[in-house]
Write a protein that binds this ligand. Structure first.
Ligand code: AMP
Length: 427
């Protein structure tokens, strides 16, 4: 029999299976405990948004918007985009639901998948998962320090190895504008030594020159003016207070004046955690302040700060959390009258299904044989599930095996659940 052509998952995507999915569930539990404990509430935003949200929010000149978005026109011709990041959608939701009327800061966290048309490689995918946290409505440096500390705590709990935290401040919009002009002048002066890509972005996005690996560009950037030298007194004070609070919290960091992040909305504090474990894609998570974003999206002037961290990178660089196997109180097995028949032809008797349903209704965790295995095979399978009890359903009566005590008794089928409940209680 010739099968049809196999269809594969698209390049840069992956299936989350078995242990990986269990490890993700543990990660989610830890995140909920840490962020929930700090007053953050979970938010879910739609998988797709109006393209305009990212064009305006993230910035037309960024790599994300200019070349990595999965955008499409829907049947009514509206341009929609699979979300490439989470901050703009959260700010959109803040404005849309009038959250500025709630007690501030409004703190929200998410764990969702995101989409970017990037060059796929280890640690870099086209659909990937991020956990993120945003605090809107306060410009207190304590919020910056708290936000960074929460991510540090989460990564620490998940045992992410060889972590470094780089920290900087981009200042307010005025300082950034002045700095941008000075940097552009510097880049134009040395244009001949820059990579073609950086040269092409002098007008649109000069800050990204700091991210270049190109040797000539790197040399030019060594003598480039530094944004930290352009901060207003107020911004410098804010940055000093953030650092002082991180010191108090015992969070180690390095000041890196070349730290620029790939999104346009950042102001003041920016930070990034990297792990030397990860090779080329070293970024584990990062974020910063975005004091102008809510207003840019049509809301009232609202300061905000947040971060996002990549789930795949956390799991790659961390000690993948080992979930406890789900307990199975009862496995329902049955004997065959015709063991010689092919397994696929053997169906479980209705009595076995009735017992399974009764056990679940009584609050037990229960599974049953569904693949027509021999009785020996069923007992072996129950063993690998670490089932506490196995009921072997026969005609009229049922044998109940205690897999822990290795004892067994014959009971009427309608007494099995009661016997299991009694046995579990005497553990
Ligand atoms: P960003 O939203 O670009 O600041 O990214 C935040 C974090 O998300 C990064 O530090 C990575 O851990 C993760 N991340 C970003 N892009 C990808 C990707 N294409 N594949 C896997 N993880 C990613």
């Amino acid at each position: 029999m010739s099968g049809a052509d196999r269809i594969k998952a698209p390049r840069g995507t992956f299936d989350v299976l078995g242990e990986s999915s269990a490890a993700r569930a543990v990660l989610e539990d830890r995140a909920r405990a840490i962020l929930g404990g700090a007053g953050y509430e979970r938010i879910e935003t739609p998988t797709f948004e109006a393209t305009e949200l990212f064009a305006r929010g993230v910035g037309e000149s960024t790599d994300i918007v200019s070349k990595e978005m999965y955008s499409f026109a829907d049947a009514s011709g509206r341009s929609l985009t699979l979300r490439p990041e989470g901050t703009a959608p959260v700010c959109r939701a803040y404005v849309e639901h009038g959250m500025h009327k709630l007690r501030q800061p409004v703190r929200l966290w998410y764990l969702s998948s995101f989409f970017r048309h990037e060059r796929a490689q280890a640690g870099r995918y086209r659909q990937f998962w991020q956990i993120g946290a945003e605090a809107l409505g306060s410009e207190d440096p304590a919020v910056d320090a708290e936000s960074i500390s929460l991510l540090a705590g989460l990564l620490d709990e998940l045992e992410v190895a060889s972590l470094r935290l780089r920290l900087s401040s981009l200042g307010g919009l005025a300082a950034r504008q002045e700095y941008r002009e000075r940097l552009q002048a510097h880049l134009r002066e040395h244009a001949g030594r820059l990579s073609e890509e950086v040269r092409g972005r002098i007008e649109l996005n000069p800050l990204r020159a700091f991210d270049s690996e190109h040797p000539g560009t790197r040399a030019v950037m060594q003598s480039a003016p530094r944004l930290l030298d352009f901060l207003s007194a107020e911004d410098a004070e804010h940055f000093a207070e953030v650092r002082a609070r991180l010191d108090v919290a015992g969070v180690a960091y390095e000041i890196d004046p070349t730290l620029v992040r790939g999104l346009d909305y950042y102001t003041r504090t920016v930070f990034e955690f990297t792990s030397d474990r990860l090779g080329a894609q070293a970024g584990v998570g990062g974020g910063g302040r975005y004091d102008g974003l809510v207003q840019q999206l049509g809301g009232p002037p609202t300061p905000g700060i947040g971060w996002a961290a990549g789930i795949e990178r956390i799991l790659l660089a961390g000690a993948a959390p080992h979930p406890a196997p789900a307990p199975v109180d009862l496995f329902v097995a049955y004997g065959h009258s015709r063991e010689s028949e092919p397994a696929t032809g053997r169906h479980a008797p209705a009595g076995a299904f009735a017992l399974l349903s009764e056990a679940r209704a009584a609050g037990l965790t229960a599974q049953m044989e569904l693949a027509g295995r021999s009785l020996k095979g069923q007992l072996g399978y129950a063993n690998t599930l670490e089932a506490r009890y196995v009921a072997i359903v026969g005609a009229g009566e049922t044998v109940l095996k205690d897999m822990l005590g290795s004892s067994q008794e014959t009971v009427a089928q309608d007494a099995v659940v009661h016997a299991v409940l009694r046995g579990l209680r005497t553990l």
